[in-house]
Design a protein around this ligand. Sequence first.
Ligand SMILES: NC(=O)c1ccc[n+]([C@@H]2O[C@H](COP(=O)([O-])OP(=O)(O)OC[C@H]3O[C@@H](n4cnc5c(N)ncnc54)[C@H](OP(=O)(O)O)[C@@H]3O)[C@@H](O)[C@H]2O)c1
Length: 279
Amino acid sequence: MTLTAYNHVSIPSFMYGTAWKKAATAQLVQLAVATGFRAIDTANQLIHYEEGLVGDALRVMEQRGIKRSTLFLQTKFTSADGQDHRTPYDPTADLTTQVRQSFDSSLTHLRTDYVDSYVLHAPFQRRGLGGADWEVWAAMEDLYGAGKSKMIGVSNITAAQLTLLCDQAKVKPMVVQNRCFAALGWDKEIRDICQAHGIIYQGFSLLTANREVLSDPEIRIIAARLGATPAQIIFRFAMQVGMLPLTGTTSQKHMEEDLQVEQFTLSAQELERIETIAV
Ligand SMILES: NC(=O)c1ccc[n+]([C@@H]2O[C@H](COP(=O)([O-])OP(=O)(O)OC[C@H]3O[C@@H](n4cnc5c(N)ncnc54)[C@H](OP(=O)(O)O)[C@@H]3O)[C@@H](O)[C@H]2O)c1
């Protein structure tokens, strides 16, 4: 299964996230691909990600016959505020230069000449969009225009910011990546904006931000009906309501279980119940 954005580019329906994997990153990326994942998420931000080790995994897999073109690679531009002293660009340069340098460094890390999706890790401000956001977005639009990234997107964004971006950008985002809280109706407001614009909504922390849902008796009953785990129910729910879930599991068993969720279907009543289970 794939999800397709308004620009007709598609993403495999479940994405493997590489945050916090540290030295195990290369081995886990290889395991994820061997298990069946074809979309990989990383960032050029050494505090949380080892993008270079994702690249090491890609080199090993290429040698084993897994072509880069069969994988969907997504990485991010992280502003200097979200970096430590190992900023992968000159933090004193103007923002357009920072984006270009960070992007070029990502290509070097990932041993590729294009990425499938390039994401702004977070707007610079909590409310509205400022000059810095527009400058970075314009630099990302240029990368998209030059064919260096097949999609561009934004993460950790509010509904008001996304509306502004969709209304005023030359190129609307094709991807939004947000932490998905059940208590916010699973980010319903933003998902609705994404749906209206043909933007792919990627949900992260579906399990870790919603631990109470995993132990909810109603979820357990649905899981028992389908012979599935509560985690599988959450991921399947996410897919059936149109999201593209991320998983950051380190376990092969969980990788397999995550990919198996497309083999069962939640009923309309079950979807409706889970939509508002924590609201
Ligand atoms: N844009 C951003 O700001 C941002 C922020 C955070 C994350 N992300 C992205 O999202 C990715 C995923 O992050 P996340 O917070 O959703 O996941 P995560 O932090 O890796 O958490 C998944 C946790 O759930 C556990 N788990 C239990 N059953 C599982 C199952 N069936 N499948 C998967 N996990 C299971 C995992 O344990 P086991 O390891 O034992 O399975 C792990 O502890 C990250 O790697 C990163 O790529 C982006």
